[in-house]
Ligand binder design. Structure first.
Ligand code: UDP
Length: 329
């Protein structure tokens, strides 16, 4: 297939673009490098540098595209609370521009990168797709609004679409991993401690109602996640918008993740308990039963040790290059 990947220089987008290239697809990437990395763009992909909203009409107007995988978005919960306008503009409005460009150019096969944040604070876990969607921040709300748009485009205009709601994506694929200028995610931050770029990891709350008092999350390997996009592209049916959760189905507490990182890195990784982070739920665990049964998704890297080992192989080879511009406090 000839495919457009928006945000294909970002963490998940670039692993997915590499996976699509390996599967023999012809990939064009649009990225403005606001958060992505140039070195993460697969050499075999065609790169169009720019904002999706500005360039997508011209790119799809070249003709011949069979589908779109849409990653380009703002994706930080805290930032979305402070700057919601950015999230409505860059997530919702830009996606509307993308959908219109697809419609104008007869491209109707879409896979959309969505999030567990669409559910908000769950009433029970594991979370299935039929549970209520009550996002607790503008980021989750913007992704949910896009789902409503896509559903209507499937019904009215015959789009065949899939939204994939990711839980906690982690790990690395070869030379592609988490390498952000501003890092907020647990595993890369812990690994920065192991590298000596931070003094310690702060545990955001140890008084949650969980196994050891620290928050529990479902970590999914980025390469398993990429496989799901490929399956979705191949399975999309005109007129249908399907929504799937993607996780490994196991929950690990923050303390368990730190302990696994200690085992993998051999570093003591000092930790200190800090106040809870605003907006964090106690436990998020996915049920991925639906995508397994409907698309035959079969994750093979679900073990946390494997996920952390792959992340560590990537982070440690980054060495001084990425993080040593200044020590992070
Ligand atoms: N967390 C933490 N210390 C950190 C970063 C994260 O204790 O420095 C916790 C966070 O409160 C959450 C879990 O680790 O319970 C996963 O956070 P992350 O930001 O990786 O993903 P999220 O679940 O927020 O999408």
């Amino acid at each position: 297939m000839k495919l457009l990947v928006t945000g294909g220089a970002g963490y998940v987008g670039s692993v997915c673009a590499a996976t699509l290239v390996e599967a023999g697809h012809e990939v064009t990437i649009i990225d403005n490098f606001s958060t992505g990395n140039r070195e993460a763009v697969p050499a075999q992909a065609t790169l169009v540098e720019g904002d999706v909203a500005n360039v997508v009409g011209d790119v799809l107007g070249q003709g011949g595209f069979d589908g779109v995988v849409h990653f380009a978005a703002r994706s930080l919960v805290g930032e979305s609370v402070a700057m919601p306008a950015e999230y409505w503009q860059h997530n919702v409005v830009t996606t509307l521009t993308l959908l219109e460009a697809m419609r104008a150019n007869d491209v109707s096969n879409l896979v959309f990168s969505s999030t567990a944040a669409t559910y908000g604070e769950p009433e029970e876990v594991p979370i299935t797709e039929s549970m209520p969607t009550q996002p607790t921040n503008p980021y989750g709300a913007s992704k949910l609004a896009i789902d409503y748009m896509i559903t209507s485009y499937a019904k009215a205009y015959g789009f065949g679409a899939t939204s994939l709601r990711y839980f906690n994506v982690a790990g690395a694929y070869g030379e592609i991993g988490e390498n952000r200028e501003v890092e907020t995610h647990l595993i890369p931050i812990i690994l920065q401690v192991a590298l000596g770029h931070r003094d310690k990891i702060f545990i955001f709350g140890d008084d949650w109602d969980t196994v050891d008092g620290t928050a529990v999350r479902d970590y999914i390997h980025v390469r398993d996640l990429a496989d799901a996009h490929l399956l979705a592209l191949e399975a999309n049916v005109s007129g249908e918008h399907r929504i799937f959760n993607l996780g490994s189905g196991d929950g690990y507490s923050v303390k368990q993740v730190i302990e696994t990182c200690r085992e993998v890195t051999g570093h003591p990784i000092p930790a200190e308990v800090a106040p809870r982070r605003a907006g964090d739920p106690a436990t998020l665990i996915a049920s991925s039963a639906k995508i397994k049964s409907q698309l035959g998704w079969n994750p093979t890297r679900t073990d946390l040790h494997t996920i952390v080992s792959d992340a560590w192989a990537f982070t440690s080879q980054l060495g001084d290059r990425a993080h040593s511009a200044q020590r992070i406090k």
